[in-house]
Design a protein around this ligand. Structure first.
Ligand SMILES: NC(=O)C1=CN([C@@H]2O[C@H](COP(=O)(O)OP(=O)(O)OC[C@H]3O[C@@H](n4cnc5c(N)ncnc54)[C@H](O)[C@@H]3O)[C@@H](O)[C@H]2O)C=CC1
Ligand SMILES: O=P(O)(O)OC[C@H]1O[C@](O)(CO)[C@@H](O)[C@@H]1O
Length: 374
């Protein structure tokens, strides 16, 4: 019998990453999307292609799907689903929970699988469902860690450019049975696994995107290859690698290899990606469990230098102000204090805001390395 998968979020990852695993296993694919134009394109075109950066794989053609809006009658579709996947951004998972709650009862919630960055997006979705349904039921919510970069091909309506990534780790504790995807690898203690990805790989990605943004870069790999940004990454890794090896209780060489792999990927000029895209949802990324503040704390607790992480936070505040607040009514101390639930006099906040002000004052003549003391 044909299995059905519902994908919340038909964006870059939902449309360009998740679906190729589903296609390989013959799933019937259904999208639930918020963006009306995307729904229209999906239903009018009925198909699109996923291309691969290094031309190392034949493009995958996805067709025979239908896209629904959140306002549609989704109950029959959700009741039939063998698997419901989300790829909407962790900050939007509560809306997915609201949609599921609207159409299903607690005993009808199917197997869920999040494809989001975050240290435990599955638990974010699960807690949201439990809150909505006023229950402590242990819903089946699994999660993956997405190591694959995927971008829209802007010259087309739906086509996608992606990495030929075939490794699909998933949270074994949130999954009933085994995930049937090619490349699926069950992992236990998934929060720890995701933390390591977020504090290494996404920490570097945050550094590249926010420092790249304040230096005026548009293309992500160009920012990653900027001599100053490269040097700052090397300086950071000298201390972050041993700090994370200690925090995760793993051999230093293993941690060094993990961060070098991320660095090599981010510097690969064939992997076309954008600074603005990688910086998005800056408020989420400035959060206490995320890629800037958590590594800052891990470094600080081990008496390593923390100023690079504060510099990245200062640059992220600049991004947040200009891109997400469009330059208006922005109070960086208040913003960080509310995001981190810390007093405005906290060291991290004072240091980050000082970097934010220096970045704004220096603008064109900005020399990042000159801002660092040590
Ligand atoms: N694009 C990439 O290279 C990578 C993305 N990710 C993760 O994948 C997730 C999605 O990211 P992208 O695909 O890049 O973003 P995207 O912005 O391209 O796609 C997200 C889609 O979700 C839709 N959406 C938002 N809220 C929704 C809701 N409540 N119901 C239905 N649809 C909703 C949006 O309209 C959008 O089309 C994020 O959690 C991100 O961290 C992780 C690693 C790589
Ligand atoms: O929503 P986020 O956290 O920026 O996640 C998307 C990004 O994650 C990455 O995998 C690495 O940071 C990028 O390739 C991608 O743009």
């Amino acid at each position: 019998m044909v299995k059905t998968a519902v994908v919340y979020g038909a964006g870059q990852t939902g449309r360009g990453y998740v679906t190729r695993y589903l296609k390989e296993k013959g799933y019937q694919i259904m999208f639930i999307e918020k963006n009306k134009q995307l729904i229209q394109y999906l239903n009018e075109d009925g198909g699109y292609a996923i291309h691969f950066y290094h031309k190392d794989r034949t493009p995958v053609l996805i067709s025979h799907f239908h896209a629904y809006s959140l306002a549609d009658e989704l109950r029959p579709l959700l009741l039939e689903a063998d698997l419901v996947i989300t790829s909407v951004g962790e900050e939007n998972l509560h809306e997915v929970a609201t949609s599921l709650t609207k159409h299903l009862t607690e005993n009808e919630i199917p197997q869920l699988l999040t494809c989001e960055n975050g240290i435990n997006p599955a638990s974010v979705l699960k807690r949201s469902l439990q809150k909505n349904m006023a229950t402590d039921k242990d819903f089946l919510v699994s999660q993956t860690a997405v190591f694959c970069s995927t971008v829209n091909i802007d010259e087309t309506r739906l086509d996608i450019l992606s990495q030929n990534e075939t490794y699909f780790p998933y949270d074994a504790e949130g999954f009933k049975g085994a995930l049937d995807f090619d490349g699926a690898v069950p992992v236990t203690d998934f929060e720890n696994f995701l933390k390591r990805k977020i504090y290494t790989y996404n920490c570097l990605a945050g550094l590249i995107s926010y420092l790249g943004y304040v230096k005026g870069y548009r293309i992500y790999s160009e920012a990653a290859n900027d001599p100053e940004i490269s040097e700052i990454m090397e300086l950071l890794l000298k201390e972050l690698n041993p700090a994370l090896a200690d925090y995760f209780n793993i051999p230093l060489e293993e941690q060094q290899a993990f961060s070098q792999k991320a660095l090599a990927k981010f510097k690969d000029q064939f992997i076309l990606d954008y600074v603005i895209k990688n910086g998005r949802a800056a408020r989420r990324k400035l959060g206490s469990t995320e890629r800037i503040y958590a590594p800052y704390q891990i470094l600080r607790e081990r008496n390593y230098s923390t100023e690079i992480m504060a510099l990245v936070a200062g640059a992220a505040l600049t991004y947040l102000e200009m891109i997400e607040y469009e330059g208006e009514n922005f109070d960086p101390s208040k913003e960080l204090s509310e995001t981190l639930h810390l007093d405005e006099q906290n060291d991290f906040i004072k240091q980050s805001v000082a970097f934010y002000r220096q970045i704004k004052n220096e603008e064109e003549s900005l020399r990042l390395l000159n801002l660092l003391e040590n």
